[in-house]
Design a protein around this ligand. Structure first.
Ligand code: ADP
Ligand code: ZN
Ligand code: ZN
Length: 666
């Protein structure tokens, strides 16, 4: 028998592990499994992880490991199993999954960073701020989770119902039992407030992990949890990979939020992974939302998630906001704003209150149009319009980053009548500032929050004085702004006619979340909706029965149409110089799958078809959709087919990626 060699998984989009000989004088053995190694690869070196130890496939040309980086495996068995599950379920190379899961410095082979100097103030010195006495519904929710020995729970609590207090109490119980807790939030801006609330209520140090932390901080928090020194971690999507050797509870706040799905590389869904881990670990997983995803609602109906509900706002005087649908047909609008809305904003400010104006388009205007000939400024590299920025002086492509000054005249007809069409947050901000002199108008979007702690800085700028926030999605998420009484949506019409089958769910979630920012403390709140379609059935459902009524109707439609969550999808995407190359790969992948017939009956496919944006950054984009009524049928087919896709000759000319359970079909 030849001596065994080391099988190393590398962070590359390649399905196989690579054989390496151990350094001279050392023997390959099972003690290498899970340890990081530095190896030569092509002309460079890479850090990978040992996944196996076996006789070499071709012992002749073996390269040698340059350096062993760990004496013991970095991950304990459950965290290691999670990576294996992710690789199998998303059909992703193990080395890529491993690299996705580890914080930067660890992935790059850096030494395990030393623990921080012990703080002078030991955690037990801290006296926690008492939580308000919980309402009976909050108590019931805590009791259900704390008393369980595992299982998934969906905490459906209206906005402002006090879900955070439920998380806090459930975590307190977890700590009392000597276990660790992990809390996921959908975006960076929510880490700090959630952490502050937990820190105030609990006597242990709370750790944070998100993309805004320095790499060293993330690695330290990861290792502190892995070694059991840290007991509670709050983090964004990738924190779902945090090792939890003494796991007791996993919480996923705002579980409906699409940011839990990674949209590049290994396309995992952090909520789904949290549920899988909870099951493996035998610990409860608590999903919370005012507007649960249809996926989770279906799990409730199927008996796989237990529903807990908080039907009322927690603050004793808070009421659900009143809703006013404003039919803007034929009305004169100023930057998309009706005179009635401007009036209502002015009145709120005069009463000393705050307001929020929601517009889900950043920039000044979505299109630059020639009023004389109809030309509209396109991106040369994408099938998309350029967005007008900088108050109308610059053009930027939101898809490939292309930038140009606004041309002095129309390139087609020479006319000087170039006009920005439609409204972005910049333009709404300018109009509000002009209409509401003497009050701060603060814009919150990706452009104004790109700096460190950007969102917190913008919110601090507003403070508690009367003023207006104008911004995108990120304003709709979970913030508790007690002085805010008026929330307005500039236009919801785009959401009504999107081609995405999830449009109704997304619009309902958005409107309820925006409304949820208003009237959380004593003063009554109001939601204003401007639309050209005041009679749309989705609006009627929302107004009459709230999100539950809309969700029930949409769920019935999905079932009738056999759409997710009543069907299981995977989307194979391909990009190439020429559309023919992308299509040829997808057709070959489809034929390979069909030839294997491994899915048996119940699998079908659509495509290759052009992607919704057929060209981006100069590359042609196509896709193939795979569908099955049962998850295991889809999984079996992919497990059989994907390894062969790497070897297809057509694969050489394309970039391809597989998205299991896609939530964005673009
Ligand atoms: P949610 O996350 O459900 O939208 P929060 O957890 O932010 O709601 O709570 C909304 C507000 O209600 C917060 O200001 C919180 O301090 C307050 N609150 C929560 N629970 C209670 C309670 N039992 N009694 C009084 N106020 C409460
Ligand atoms: Zn023109
Ligand atoms: Zn572009």
């Amino acid at each position: 028998m030849p001596p065994p060699v080391l099988q190393v998984a590398l962070p590359r989009p390649l399905p196989q592990a690579f054989d390496y000989a151990p350094p001279a004088g050392q023997a390959a053995g099972p003690d290498w499994l899970g340890c990081r190694v530095r190896v030569p690869f092509g002309r460079s070196t890479l850090v990978g992880v040992v996944v196996g130890c076996a006789p070499a496939a071709s012992p002749a040309a073996l390269k040698v490991v340059l350096e062993r980086l760990d004496a013991r495996p970095l991950l304990h068995p459950e965290a290691w199993d999670l990576l294996g599950f992710v690789a199998r379920y998303y059909h992703a190379p193990f080395g890529e999954v491993w690299a996705t899961a580890l914080p930067g410095p660890l992935r790059e082979g850096g030494p395990v960073p030393a623990a921080r100097q012990a703080r002078r103030r030991t955690p037990t010195d801290r006296s926690p701020i008492p939580t308000p006495p919980l309402h009976p519904e909050q108590q019931a929710a805590v009791a259900a989770v704390a008393g369980s020995s595992g299982g998934g729970f969906l905490l459906e609590g209206v906005t402002g119902s006090g879900k955070t207090e439920v998380y806090l109490e459930a975590i307190r119980h977890t700590l009392e039992r000597g276990r660790q807790a992990l809390l996921l939030v959908p975006e960076i801006g929510l880490v700090a407030p959630t952490l502050a609330r937990l820190q105030a209520g609990l006597a242990v140090e709370i750790h944070a992990a998100h993309s805004g932390c320095s790499d060293g901080q993330r690695a330290r928090a990861f290792l502190a949890m892995a070694e059991g020194r840290a007991r509670v971690l709050v983090g964004t999507r990738s924190a779902v990979f945090t090792p939890l050797p003494e796991a007791g509870l996993i919480v996923v706040d705002e579980e409906h939020d699409p940011s839990y799905k990674q949209q590049e590389g290994v396309r995992y869904h952090a909520r789904d992974l949290a549920l899988w881990r909870g099951q493996r670990l035998g610990v409860p997983v608590l999903l919370g939302s005012a507007t649960p995803s249809l996926e989770s609602l279906r799990q409730v109906l199927a008996g796989r998630l237990q529903r807990l509900s908080l039907p009322r706002r927690a603050h004793p005087e808070a009421r659900p906001p009143g809703v006013r649908v404003l039919d803007v047909r034929k009305r004169r609008l100023e930057a998309g704003l009706s005179p009635e809305l401007l009036q209502a904003l002015a009145e709120a400010l005069a009463r000393g209150e705050q307001a929020l104006v929601f517009r889900n388009r950043r920039g000044y205007a979505p299109v630059l149009l020639c009023h004389d000939c109809g030309w509209s400024a396109p991106c040369r590299r994408c099938d998309a319009h350029l967005t007008v920025h900088a108050g109308g002086r610059r053009l930027i492509c939101h898809h490939c980053g292309f930038r140009a000054p606004v041309p002095p005249a129309c390139p087609d007809c020479g006319s000087l009548a170039l006009q920005p069409q439609g409204q972005g947050t910049e333009r709404v901000e300018a109009a509000l500032a002009a209409a509401l002199p003497g009050h701060p108008v603060i814009r919150v979007d990706r452009d104004t929050t790109a700096v460190k702690d950007g969102l917190a800085k913008r919110l601090a700028e507003l403070g508690t004085a009367p003023g207006v926030l104008v911004g995108t999605q990120m304003l709709a998420k979970g913030h508790d702004l007690p002085g805010l009484t008026l929330a307005a949506v500039v236009s919801l019409d785009e959401g009504l006619y999107s081609v995405d089958f999830r449009a109704g769910e997304r619009l309902g979630q958005l409107l309820v979340q925006v409304a949820g920012r208003a009237g959380r403390a004593g003063r009554p709140g109001e939601l204003w909706l401007q639309t050209h379609h005041p009679d749309h059935p989705w609006l009627a459902l929302l107004l009459e029965g709230g999100y539950p009524a809309l969700a029930a109707a949409l769920l019935a439609e999905r079932e009738a149409a056999a759409l997710p969550p009543f069907a299981h999808w995977a989307l194979l995407r391909a990009e190439a110089k020429e559309v023919g190359e992308a299509d040829a790969f997808l057709a070959a992948a489809r034929d390979h799958l069909r030839a294997l017939d491994s899915g048996g009956r119940g699998l079908d496919w659509a495509g290759p078809v052009p992607a919704p944006m057929p060209r981006r950054a100069g590359r042609a984009r196509s896709q193939l959709l795979l569908r099955a009524g049962e998850r295991r049928v889809l999984q079996a087919a992919l497990a059989a087919a994907v390894p062969g896709w790497y070897a297809l000759p057509e694969a050489r000319r394309v970039h391809w990626s597989l998205d299991v359970d896609p939530i964005d079909l673009s």
